[in-house]
Design a protein around this ligand. Structure first.
Ligand code: SF4
Length: 277
């Protein structure tokens, strides 16, 4: 993927949570705009930030160079109002873009959070680069509630290559999940969106995660499946002979399957508000 990187400054870095994030999270935080991983199913492709852009999704990434400074200002203001701060990082990008290795924007944010911790931070990523920041995460978990959620849509590399050819490999993500877990950091495997997997998938996750999150293209795209349809997902499943995996009630079946291997309280399904409270 030929991605163009641009430095930018953002007016604000914390965005008040809306829609599906409006349960449990008070704010989303996107250190970047755009995403070099360019997953074919990504619902952000259907959002205004991409719809009004003249470059294809995946080919542009804006780096918010003032993210840490903004965060420090904004959290101090929120603290003056005694408001709880539960952050989801990130909802419309991945905080561990490959350029993060040099840009250090997410790392700068973690440093700022150690100084001014939120009440809760969930990091949502599929970037193995998060391993670099284990030192900061270990420190941060002593200052606030922290959950690292690694997207593992499937345990099959061949399936990942169809749906997210530019995203990091599954084995690499699993290895990093193990390292995070071994470092005492609370971890989650986000099977989101559920893609076809092998029967061994639950066993692959054993000992690596504290939680499992299940979400599908039908219930997790913010429009009950309409965005996924516009992105051509039903066709892509069909073209690859995978249509039996594209079902409205897939989350029910997957939840049942994973609960055979994990205690009920470990397995959560999108829109399961109980977990977020
Ligand atoms: S990593 Fe996330 S934000 Fe990036 S393309 Fe994939 S789904 Fe979209």
């Amino acid at each position: 993927m030929n991605t163009q990187y641009n430095e930018t400054t953002a007016k604000k870095i914390l965005t008040e949570a809306k829609g599906y994030l409006d349960v449990g999270f008070t704010h989303s935080l996107n250190p970047y705009s755009g995403c070099g991983f360019s997953c074919l199913y990504c619902y952000v492709r259907e959002m205004p930030i991409q719809k009004f852009k003249d470059q294809p999704w995946g080919e542009w990434v804006d780096m918010k160079t003032n993210a840490a400074a903004n965060y420090k200002n904004e959290i101090q203001k929120l603290r003056k109002k005694s408001k709880p701060v539960h952050i989801f990082m990130s909802s419309a990008t991945d905080p561990y873009q490959p350029i993060e290795r040099e840009a250090n924007i997410t790392r700068g944010l973690l440093e700022a959070m150690i100084e001014f911790p939120p009440d809760f931070l969930q990091i949502q990523t599929r970037g193995p680069l998060i391993k670099r920041d284990i030192d900061l995460l270990v420190e941060l978990k002593e200052r606030c509630k922290l959950l690292v959620s690694m997207t593992v849509e499937t345990d099959r590399e061949d399936i990942k290559r169809i749906f997210a050819p530019y995203a990091p490999g599954i084995k690499l993500r699993l290895r990093v999940l193990q390292e995070l877990h071994d470092a005492g950091i609370s971890t989650q495997a986000s099977i989101s969106p559920v893609l076809p997997f092998t029967p061994e998938f639950p066993k692959v996750l054993e000992g690596k995660v504290d939680h499992i999150w299940i979400d599908t293209l039908s219930i997790g795209d913010g429009s009950m499946g309409k965005r996924s349809e516009r992105l051509g997902m039903p066709q892509l499943f069909r073209e690859n002979g995978l249509e039996k995996w594209y079902q409205k009630n897939l989350h029910v079946k997957v939840e049942k399957y994973f609960k055979k291997y994990f205690p009920d309280e470990m397995v959560r399904v999108s829109k399961d508000e109980a977990f977020l409270k």
